[in-house]
Every structure is written in structure tokens, then in C-alpha cells.
Design a protein around this ligand. Structure first.
Ligand code: OGA
Ligand code: MN
Length: 223
């Protein structure tokens, strides 16, 4: 009896024993997929209410809060309408509505570092708005002169998005000109992929296409 109550107490006091942790299950799935194939597509990491909250914040920004996206950084920076025509809003990371997203991103960073030794150091993110017809031609996310982006993430925020709306993310490998796979930017879908391994492009859509896009980076001074 004493043994049974000690065991019960241990279970109650130790959530690892009593409950499987869904976030950890999801992280294990992500790590395995990154190891096997270098990318993972997740249908629903965040619940609908939180996704709606993120979308509301994005939509309520003023047009002047968005920059026309450039290509490259610093001396290679050029606004190039032939390469991409989306609009972006960099996030500082301190936004209140991002706290839940940030907690997930940080927990995943620690989990990935522990299991894949990627040495991910920080994370930068932005809202992206592709107006109808906007696109981003085939590219790699790691900048030419700066190789610090290691893992790209895109969380799509487009309710009721159908195949007829377009806007697919088309992912390639470095060798073959034919696509590896496509992702439709439906509400809540998230993709993670190794930034240096997968050229990709965004096809034009028939209506506004929204996302929260980010990159885990390594410490540039150590690269
Ligand atoms: C990018 C990008 C993909 C997407 O911003 O670099 O490739 O599906 N985004 O929005
Ligand atoms: Mn990209």
C-alpha cells in the first residue's frame, strides 16, 4: 500500500511519467524528418484561434509597416522586382502576440541542438504578404556572403485556401531541375527545411497570401 501511494505521488509530481508530452512527440517527429530528408511539413502546429490572432495582427499592420522585399543584404542588397514581389514586415520578437510562437520556436531550437548538433544560435522572423500575382523566383535562403541561416520555417496563415488559389511553395533539390514537392499555403501548415540544401520558389496566387517566415541562424562570428 505504502509502495502504491509512493508510486502515485511520483506520478502526480512528475509530468514526464504521467503524461506523454505532445510537443516533445512533435519535436521528435521533426528531428527524425530533418535527419532523413532535410525537411518536414507539419499540418497543424498551432490551434486555429492562435493562427487567427497572428493573421489579425498581420492584416492590421499599415501598408507603410511593410517594406518591399529586397534580395541579399548589405552591399549585395537590391530591390529586384524580377526576383520577388512580396512585402515584408520584420518582427523584433518582442511583440506580445508572438510570445507563444517564440516559446515553441525556442523549445524546438534547444531540442534540435540537443539531437542534431546544428548549433542553432538565434532566430529571426517576419510577416510576409504576397499580394495577388506576387511571386518569389527560385532561390536559396542562405545569403551568398553570409552563411548563417541554417533552418528555414514558414507558417502559412491563409484560411480557406484551395489549390485553385495557387501560391504554392515549390521545393527543389540542388541537382535536379524538376521539383521535389509542393506545399499549398493553407492555414496552419508549417514547413521547416535546411536553408542551404533546398532551392525553392513561390508561385503567384490569385489573392493575398500571408505567412510568418523565419530562420534559425548559427552565430556568424563562429562560422
Ligand atoms: C522566403 C520564402 C517561402 C514561402 O521568404 O524566403 O522562400 O512559401 N518563402 O512563403
Ligand atoms: Mn526562401
Amino acid at each position: 500500500m505504502a509502495y502504491k501511494s509512493t508510486l502515485l505521488l511520483a506520478i502526480l509530481l512528475n509530468p514526464v511519467v504521467s503524461l506523454a508530452d505532445p510537443a516533445q512527440d512533435c519535436f521528435a517527429f521533426i528531428v527524425e524528418a530533418l535527419l532523413d530528408q532535410g525537411y518536414v511539413v507539419l499540418p497543424q502546429v498551432f490551434d486555429t484561434d492562435y493562427l487567427a490572432c497572428l493573421l489579425k495582427e498581420l492584416i492590421e499592420l499599415n501598408p507603410t509597416d511593410f517594406d518591399r522585399a529586397g534580395v541579399g543584404r548589405e552591399d549585395s542588397f537590391q530591390k529586384n522586382m524580377f526576383v520577388r514581389s512580396d512585402k515584408i514586415h520584420w518582427l523584433s520578437g518582442d511583440e506580445n502576440y508572438l510570445s507563444r510562437y517564440n516559446r515553441w520556436v525556442e523549445a524546438l531550437r534547444l531540442y534540435i541542438n540537443k539531437h542534431l548538433f546544428l548549433g542553432l544560435y538565434d532566430y529571426e522572423c517576419m510577416f510576409a504578404h504576397y499580394p495577388a500575382g506576387a511571386f518569389y523566383k527560385k532561390h536559396l535562403d542562405a545569403f551568398k556572403n553570409s552563411k548563417n541561416r541554417r533552418l528555414s520555417s514558414v507558417l502559412y496563415l491563409n484560411p480557406q485556401w484551395g489549390a485553385q488559389d495557387g501560391g504554392q511553395l515549390v521545393v527543389y533539390d540542388k541537382i535536379s531541375p524538376s521539383p521535389l514537392f509542393e506545399v499549398s499555403p493553407t492555414f496552419g501548415t508549417m514547413i521547416l527545411f535546411l536553408s542551404e540544401e533546398f532551392p525553392h520558389e513561390v508561385l503567384p496566387a490569385t489573392r493575398s497570401r500571408y505567412s510568418l517566415t523565419g530562420w534559425y541562424r548559427v552565430n556568424e562570428s563562429l562560422v
